[in-house]
Write a protein that binds this ligand. Structure first.
Ligand code: HMH
Length: 223
């Protein structure tokens, strides 16, 4: 079995915790509070602004270490979609009357950004960074695709957000990231593999905290 696949199985509980969070369930059954969605929107805009330099750092690692040209094309496409994402956030924020300028990142968001920054260091192995990149995108893809299933009651005004990450093209992009990660993980030492596994788990934890924050829970109330 492939490495990431085996981790997803091994850590099924943690993985499901991230992709089937109460916040997502509430979007799916139309019980999410507007204030939670708006909080998520503003904070996620800030998150994405910090995610962009992280992706740039993965692109740099790729250019230095990758033995496959198409890896860079996939990451570059990811960068391009972040450009669209920023534009989407600005438009969506206007629709919901959410102020994006001067918005303060919450503690949970800051913690996630610090973690991303630690992964941007040049000494972090490309295999570890690309695993994190895949996991971050995959959690959103799986979460929002769940809100678009036939039996989902996701309200019309939230469908745009769900389609942004839950669409099939984004799913294919996540699969491409996963394939890159699988290929690189197969080539590194067990020590680096262990680091990548720990990083995967950390991403799941950060994602859960992020959903918690969106629901208005304080860090002390989490878990
Ligand atoms: C918190 N995780 C968070 N925000 C996002 N936009 C993504 C993942 C996917 O890009």
């Amino acid at each position: 079995m492939k490495i990431i696949e085996s981790w997803v199985r091994k850590h099924k509980y943690e993985y499901n915790g991230a992709i089937r969070h109460p916040f997502i369930h509430k979007i799916r059954d139309a019980t999410v509070q507007t204030s939670s969605f708006k909080r998520w929107l503003g904070q996620d805009y800030l998150f994405v602004r910090n995610f962009i330099p992280f992706v740039a750092s993965v692109l740099i690692k790729c250019s230095k270490e990758s033995n496959n040209d198409s890896d860079m094309d996939v990451i570059l496409a990811g960068m391009a979609s972040l450009n669209d994402e920023i534009a989407w956030f600005k438009k969506e924020a206007e629709k919901w009357d959410v102020q994006l300028t001067g918005i303060t990142p919450q503690k949970t968001n800051q913690n996630y950004s610090s973690f991303l920054e630690s992964l941007m260091q040049p000494n972090v192995n490309y295999a570890v960074a690309i695993t994190a990149f895949w996991a971050i995108e995959a959690v959103y893809q799986q979460s929002f695709a769940y809100c678009l299933e036939d039996d989902a009651k996701t309200p019309a005004e939230l469908r745009g957000a769900c389609e942004r990450w839950g669409n099939e093209g984004f799913g294919q992009y996540c699969n491409s990231l996963k394939e890159i990660a699988e290929r690189r993980l197969a080539e590194v030492s067990e020590d680096v593999q262990a680091k990548a596994e720990a990083t995967f788990l950390r991403v799941l934890e950060e994602e859960v905290q992020f959903w918690n924050m969106s629901e208005g829970r304080l860090p002390s109330e989490q878990n």
